[in-house]
Design a protein around this ligand. Sequence first.
Ligand code: BV8
Length: 244
Amino acid sequence: MEFTKELTQKCKGARSVVVLTGAGISAESGVPTFRGEEGLWRKYRAEELATPYAFERDPKLVWEWYDWRRQLISKCLPNPGHYAIANLEALYKDFLLITQNVDGLHRKAGSKKLREIHGNIWRVRCTKEGRVEENLEVPLKTIPPACKCGAILRPHIVWFGESLDMEDIQTSYEAIGKCDLFFTIGTSVVVQPAASFAMMAKSMGAYVVEINKDPTPVSEQVDVSLLGKAGEILPELEKELSST
Ligand code: BV8
């Protein structure tokens, strides 16, 4: 892909960078996206599975869905898009990756300055004590899994109708407020509050670049919209930026 001079100059001259990713960045790793033709929400109703009410009503059903997704994700590896983002982190002193993904693939690719604002599928939380711990058991031996204290564990994931972690959201807003370059990658830009981040960055003066397979509600408003696969475009861009 040919990048415009303006785009490479903005990227090379940037001092503070924020990258927002969604399910599309992991699509080439084999993790299903949520919306679109092959999306998870086509087969499953979000309100039946990804809400606190659904969990209260039927924790076994919700855990069966997460156990199935954990089995699927456990076989997936980071793709060149994840690695390119991890390498971008080294190019900028001031950098933050905000991901809506719960699959843990950014961390696996080496990203360190990272906020997983919708949680992580490999962490569980006690419904009584609130304690969070890592759980890598695949498949789960008992569904629903139980805490040592006897209470049910839940996925450490932000469901619809729940608040995001305040520290995650504060760190994200602070970074967006001061960045001069913002990337929105592989997200359909519909789930709030992340859906407002790109335009928030633009209104505060950042140069906004979108990389997505399909157009989104912000494609017409961002500075550059690159249509294509993140796993192909990002390594090319990273190569261009790493060259002197
Ligand atoms: C909250 C469970 C308050 C995780 C998920 C304002 C207006 C209207 C509604 C609301 C509002 N504020 C809040 C709401 C309610 C709700 C909401 O946004 N509803 C929407 C649907 C209308 N939001 C909430 O309830 C949130 N809570 O706002 O609390 C608050 C606010 C601020 C501060 C504190 C508190 C909680 C949101 C919960 C999110 N949890 N699911 C799980 O089990 O995994 S959402 C789910 O969608 C995932 O987490 C996912 O990450 C997220 C976003 O989806 P995308 O990542 O964008 O994925 P999608 O499939 O849609 O798109 C993929 C894109 O990739 C496509 O465009 C495709 O073309 C592209 N693509 C595909 N392949 C590639 C590619 N691109 C590049 N390369 C490829 N190869």
